[in-house]
Design a protein around this ligand. Structure first.
Ligand SMILES: [Zn+2]
Length: 129
């Protein structure tokens, strides 16, 4: 874990790998929570942005407390971003499945509504007397 081997802000390759293995789950959870909260706030289901610009900046921010080493920080930011993408795609698929089920059921739904509407139509009931 870097202790007694190297400085936490300058990890050697082996300690970097150890720290990454240790922290990647946390970074992944943060990534999932990130895109889940975005999905809850905005209706857009465009693809999640690539690991550049604002998205990259946010991924670094969300993992800033996990690492003092720059290389480790970047790796964790990438993990965070990748899991945000994965979760985002799952949510998109879910939305599409629900939407397509709804659309598939729509003709029957309309027919039922139309039947109910006709039966409940007072003019029609009066006329049928
Ligand atoms: Zn080390």
């Amino acid at each position: 874990m870097g202790l007694g081997c190297c400085e936490r802000s300058k990890l050697c390759d082996r300690c970097l790998a150890d720290e990454l293995a240790h922290l990647r789950g946390v970074a992944a959870c943060r990534g999932e929570a990130w895109s889940t909260s975005v999905a809850a706030r905005i209706a857009s289901r465009d693809p999640w942005p690539d690991f550049i610009g604002k998205a990259r900046e946010l991924a670094f921010k969300k993992t800033a407390d996990l690492a003092r080493d720059d290389r480790l920080h970047e790796q964790l930011a990438i993990v965070c971003h990748n899991w945000a993408v994965t979760r985002w795609e799952q949510l998109r698929e879910l939305t599409q499945t629900v939407a397509s089920k709804y659309l598939a059921a729509e003709p029957r739904r309309r027919l039922r509504a139309a039947k109910r509407g006709r039966d409940a139509d007072p003019l029609r009931l009066r006329r049928s007397k």
